[in-house]
Each structure stands twice: as C-alpha cells, then as structure tokens.
Ligand binder design. Structure first.
Ligand SMILES: Nc1nc2c(ncn2[C@@H]2O[C@H](COP(=O)(O)OP(=O)(O)OP(=O)(O)O)[C@@H](O)[C@H]2O)c(=O)[nH]1
Ligand SMILES: [Mg+2]
Length: 677
C-alpha cells in the first residue's frame, strides 16, 4: 500500500513536472523565433528552477523520546522494510538530522563534528565547506547497512564540565537544566553537531526535506536550529506522548520555539497504543483519547481538531508487515492526510500564481511586439502599393525619403543614450542600498550599540530599531523604483510621440510586500531576546552566531528584492532595444526593396507578396503563443484551478492589441528563426 503523504506528494511532483514542461515549451518557442529578451530568459530560468528544485521542509520537534524518529520512519521510510532512523527508549537522536536529496551531491551521510561549535562559523557557512564534514557512504541496496551507518547520529562522548561549558552543554548558573554528571564527574555530549543525509529516496527526490531534531532541552540546543532551520520550515510537527500528556518541558519547548509564526503547525499525540487497557472497553479507551486531545488543545491554546492522536510504532509495524487493520488503528493516515492537505495545495498555489502571472506578463510583452511588427508591415505595404505604375524617378524619390526618415530616426539614439544613463544611475544607487555590504553595516550598528554585553532588554530594543531601519530601506527602494517608473513613463511617451516608438512602461513593481518577510524574521528573533532567554545571550559564541545567522536570513530577503528590481528594470529596457532593432531592420528592408524595385520592374509584386507572407507569419506566431498559454493555463492558472477544463481567456491588453492590429488590416516582417539583428 502506498503511504498517503507519498501519493499526495507524487501528485504535486507530477504537477510541477508538467507545468515546467509547458513553461519550457513557451520559452523554446520564444527563443526559436528570436523573441526572448535577456530579462524574460532570466525569468523563465528562475521560475523553472523554482518549479523543479524548490524544497519543502517538514520539521519534527519535541522533547526526547516522544517518537519523532519513529514517526518519520512510519511516514517516510516504511518502504525500506525496516526501521531506518534509530528510535529507542531514552535519548536517541543526539544531533539535528536533515534528510533530503540534492542530485549534485554524492549519496551518503555527512556529519559535522561538535567541536566546530568552538568556532564562530555558522552552520550555513559550514554547508559550503565539505572538508569540515565527516563522510559515510550509504549503500542503498542494503537497508541493514544503511541503518547501521545512520546510528552515527546517536553517538556521544564524555567530557569534563569545562569542555561541556565551552561547547554550550553546561551552565553552572542553571543547575536544574544541566544533564546529569557521571560517577567520575563527566558530562555526556553529542559527537556531532549536525547530520545531513543525502538520499535519492522518491519523496526526497520530489524536494521534501525532513528535519529530525534531538529533544530540544533548554541547554545545548543548536542556535542554528532554533533561529535558522525551524523558522524556515514550511511545517512543524510537535509531538507529545499520550502516556505523559503535556509536561512542563513539553510546554517550554512549545512556548519557546513553536509559538512563532511557522507556516503550519501540527500537534501529534503519539503512543495512543499505550492507553489500551484490558480492563476497559474500546469505547472507554476512545473516550480517554478524546479527553486527552481536548486537554492538550486547551493547554496549548489551539483548536482540538488540530491535535492528531496516533501510534507511530503501530503504524510503522503495520506498514512493514502490510497489516491494513493495524494501520487503521494507528490513525496515522488521517494525520498524513491533514499534513498533505495543509501543505501541498498552498505550495502549489504559490508556484501556480508565480508561473502564471509571469507568463501572462511575457505574453503581453510579445503581443505588444507583434502589434509593432504588424504596424511596420502595414506602413511598408502602404508604401509599396503606392508605387504601382510609378516612374523610376518617383521610386528614387521614395528611396531618398526612406534615407531621410532613417537619418531622422537615428537622432533618437542620443535621447535613448541619455535615458539609459539616467536609468542606470538611479538603478545603481538603489541597488547599492540593498546590497549585502549595506546590510552588514546596519547589523554592525546593532553590535556597536550593544558592545560586548547583551542584556536582554537592551538587545531587544537595539534589534527592533535595526528592523525599523531595514523596513525604511525597503520603503526607500519602493519609492525609488516608483521614481524610475515615473521617469520611464515620461521618457517613453516623449519617445513614442517624437520617434514613433510604441513603448509601454509596465505596472510599477511592488517590493513593499517583502516587509512581511522582514516582520517574520523580526518576530522570530525577538523571541530569543526575551528575559527567559537571557542565559542564551551569555553563552560563548552565541552573539556572533546570532549576528551571522541574522545576516544570512536578511540577505535572502534583500537579495530577492534586488533580483525583482533588476528583472523589472531589465524587462523595461529590453523593449527599447527590441523596438530599436525592429525599426532599424525595417528601414533597411524598405530601402532594399525599393532599390530592387528600381532595378527590375517585376520586383514590386514579389516584394508585396513577401511582406504579406511575413505578416502571415506574425499572425501564426500569435496563434501559437495563445495555444502555448492555454496549455500552461490548464496547469497553472489559479483562477482555472477550480474547473480544470476552463480555458484561460487572453488578457484585456492582448485583445485590445489584437483588434488594433486587425483594424490596420495589414502586415509586417518577422525575423526568420535564429536571425539576429
Ligand atoms: N508504545 C509506543 N512506543 C512508541 C511509539 N512511538 C515511538 N515509540 C517508542 O518510543 C521510543 C522513543 O522513540 P524515538 O522515535 O526514538 O523518540 P524521539 O522523539 O526521536 O527521541 P530522541 O531521538 O531521543 O529525541 C522508542 O522506543 C519508540 O519505539 C508509539 O506510538 N507507541
Ligand atoms: Mg529521535
């Protein structure tokens, strides 16, 4: 039997492949007909990378021994015929374990030694330093050997309290939270800081990343996990034991790490099999489970239907032995269903929205370009028809006129040059204020304000101030891009009026929306600057790690903004280039055809036919473009998702442009495939 989550993810993966194929067809069509400018090519590439490569991270979080690893085994690895991730009584998983698949990396297990915590280098920075990791090959054909290798994540060693303090596992000031000392005064610490498993498992190949965590106790938790990985997970699954209910340490974990704004949170009440009681009827046991779920919901302040009672162990055993009855009893499938339903449609909607709106913009751009080509064809036909029965002297005059028009048109180059340099200057200064250098400066201000001592209240205020300054940077970028937009609207309308261009400035770009991402980071980090976390701020290396992680997360937001801005501006200038090219080509063709007509009397009809044929081709391209868009729309148009059979309508702008062309009733010239200016 195919696990529920797996089949949902399969369907989503299939959709991504199919949408990607249709986008690829659209890009290929444009490239083959020399209709793909740099900006659009970049957009297609980035969108296709997102479709094929975007990851979906699900993190499992809980106190130790609640059954995180067992649940991961049951949901994701029951096809391996045995328990893959080590799950046993007592502390088992000692370091965060990330399961995923990256085709560019070799298959295997990489482990980062715990001693790396003595350096300020963050996990994100270690990710790109393969030499820092210890490497184990995983033999896919041999699940027993694989499970043996994965047992590495359990390894620990004994160190002195001093060393444990340096590594962040011991705090003399918080004795209650410290791990027990051994008889000879030693502390048990993990051997590894982080583990990554790169595995071509079908689910992982579909972009799923699973994060298994060690029990998140107060001391020893990897800051990167709580500040970097968990906030970025698309869903977190919080696990409680039905045998223990919500304990104080469960509640601490929930409050400290999960009350933040993760996209989706699921609460699992695991081990319901332990509630079975030979002295009670099944109905009575059921009542106990229902009562437990209600009490968990009340304690965590969430709706009861968000608590899923399951038995991970029973589910794993049932799947390994093909026991359908046992699987039903484990109740795993209703949880898997909720997980898929809550996670996948949203991811799909986001991708669909991005693909469709980008493609529509591209279609509008091409439609405008087709309109421009047809307008030039119409002019040319008009000119040629006017030559019927005219003397060669008249043709000579026409040639002179074309030459004069071309020379006059060339005067636009100085204007274009001026516009371009103003544009480039505005863009440069705007991008400078979004650069990672600028970010680092802002974060350094935080460091300076605080000096070496990070007292919780001071740190919190300085951090909130930093976020306010960064929001200001985003606001500034928005205003500056609006200025560029206004400048382009004005320049385009002058160029259109004076030189017969048909330039249109696209809708203004919205970067203000990225303030939401910044707010999310702020809310998340502020949690770690509260009074209850004061001891963490004092831990060795924490501040430096905090700073580095903060910069790396902020950088993602600011890079996205810069990329959006660059792409928008590139697209705006690309149409100037393509129209300039089109117009020059058109002058050249007019000149050449007049020249030929002058030398041979039968040339006129041939030329008329040629131009008409070129215009026919533009019409064909237009039809082909619409067909490709219809095909993409079947997959990606969010408004058509409810009814897949519904065919997307061409946009209003496209219809307008089309009817404008039809009114002109004539023709144009399209470059042949591969032809460039
Ligand atoms: N009875 C019962 N035992 C379970 C269930 N799920 C897990 N267990 C057992 O509970 C123990 C702990 O499970 P793990 O999966 O190792 O727990 P964990 O949350 O990963 O714990 P750490 O790795 O130490 O953080 C193991 O012996 C599991 O077999 C369940 O549904 N019922
Ligand atoms: Mg575990």
């Amino acid at each position: 039997m195919k696990p529920t989550f797996a089949s949902h993810l399969d369907a989503f993966g299939q959709w991504r492949l199919e949408t990607d194929a249709r986008l690829a067809a659209l890009a290929r069509f444009a490239r083959e007909h020399d209709l793909l400018d740099d900006g659009s090519a970049e957009w297609f590439e980035a969108m296709r990378r997102r479709l094929s490569g975007e990851k979906l991270m699900v993190a499992f979080v809980a106190e130790f021994s609640r059954g995180k690893s067992e649940l991961i085994n049951a949901i994701f690895f029951s096809d391996k015929g045995r328990r893959m991730m080590p799950a046993s009584a007592g502390r088992t998983t000692m370091c965060p374990v990330e399961l995923g698949y990256d085709a560019e990396d070799p298959v295997g297990l990489s482990l980062l030694p715990i001693e790396t915590r003595l350096e300020a280098t963050s996990l994100a920075e270690y990710r790109v330093q393969p030499q820092a990791w210890t490497w184990h090959v995983l033999d896919l054909a041999n699940p027993d050997e694989m499970a043996k290798a994965l047992a590495e994540v359990m390894r620990t060693r004994m160190v002195s309290p001093e060393e444990a303090t340096a590594l962040g596992f011991w705090d003399a000031e918080r004795p209650a939270d410290n791990p027990p000392l051994s008889a000879d005064g030693q502390v048990e610490v993990p051997v590894w800081r982080h583990a990554r498993i790169n595995l071509p498992h079908p689910l992982l190949k579909r972009g799923l990343v699973v994060l298994d965590t060690p029990g998140l106790n107060a001391i020893g938790t990897e800051p990167e996990l709580t500040l970097g990985l968990l906030p970025q997970a698309h869903a977190t699954v919080f696990i409680l034991g039905a045998d223990t209910g919500v304990t104080k340490s469960d509640l601490d974990i929930w409050r400290d790490h999960l009350s933040g704004p993760a996209l989706a949170r699921y609460v699992v009440l695991n081990k319901i099999d332990t509630l079975a009681d030979p002295l009670s009827t099944p109905e009575q046991v059921q009542q106990v489970i229902t009562r437990q779920c209600a009490s968990v919901a009340q304690t965590l302040e969430i709706p009861t239907e968000n608590v899923f009672p399951i038995s991970a162990r029973q589910a794993l055993a049932a799947r390994l032995t093909g026991d359908a009855q046992g699987l039903v009893q484990s109740r795993l499938e209703s949880f898997e269903h909720a997980l898929s339903e809550g996670l996948l449609p949203r991811r799909r909607d986001n991708l669909a929205q991005a693909s469709w709106s980008g493609a529509q913009q591209f279609q509008q751009q091409l439609t405008r370009r087709f309109g421009e080509m047809r307008r030039l064809h119409a002019d040319q036909l008009h000119e040629l028809r006017g030559l019927r029965g005219k003397s060669s002297g008249k043709v000579q005059l026409m040639i002179q006129r074309v030459q004069a028009e071309a020379a006059e048109f060339e005067q636009c180059t100085a204007r274009l040059h001026a516009m371009r340099s103003i544009h480039a200057r505005m863009l440069r200064s705007m991008l400078h204020d979004l650069s990672s250098e600028r970010l680092r400066q802002e974060v350094d201000v935080l460091q300076q304000v605080l000096g070496g001592s990070w007292l919780p209240l001071g740190a919190r205020k300085a951090f909130v101030d930093l976020c306010a300054r960064l929001r200001e940077l985003i606001e500034q970028a928005q205003q500056r891009n609006d200025e560029i937009h206004a400048m382009l609207v004005a320049s385009f309308s002058r160029l259109n009026a004076e030189f017969g261009f048909s330039l249109v400035a696209d809708v203004p770009l919205d970067v203000r929306k990225y303030t939401d991402d910044l707010n999310l980071i702020e809310r998340n980090y502020v949690q770690y600057l509260g009074l209850s976390q004061a001891f963490r701020l004092a831990q060795p290396g924490f501040q430096e790690q905090f700073r580095r992680m903060l910069i790396s997360r902020l950088r993602v937001v600011f890079e996205t903004i810069s990329n959006d801005i660059e792409l928008w501006n590139k697209t705006a200038s690309a149409q100037v280039d393509s129209q300039l090219r089109e117009r020059r080509r058109n002058f050249k063709r007019r000149y050449e055809s007049l020249d030929r007509i002058q030398s041979a009397s039968n040339e006129l009809d041939t030329r008329l036919q040629e131009v008409q044929a070129q215009d026919e081709r533009v019409l064909q391209l237009q039809t082909r473009l619409q067909t490709l868009m219809d095909q993409l729309g079947e997959m990606a148009d969010p408004s058509a998702q409810a009814d897949v059979a519904q065919v997307p309508q061409p946009s209003a702008a496209a219809i307008e442009a089309l009817s404008l062309d039809l009114n002109l009733g004539q023709v144009s010239d399209v470059p042949a495939a591969g032809e460039t200016a």
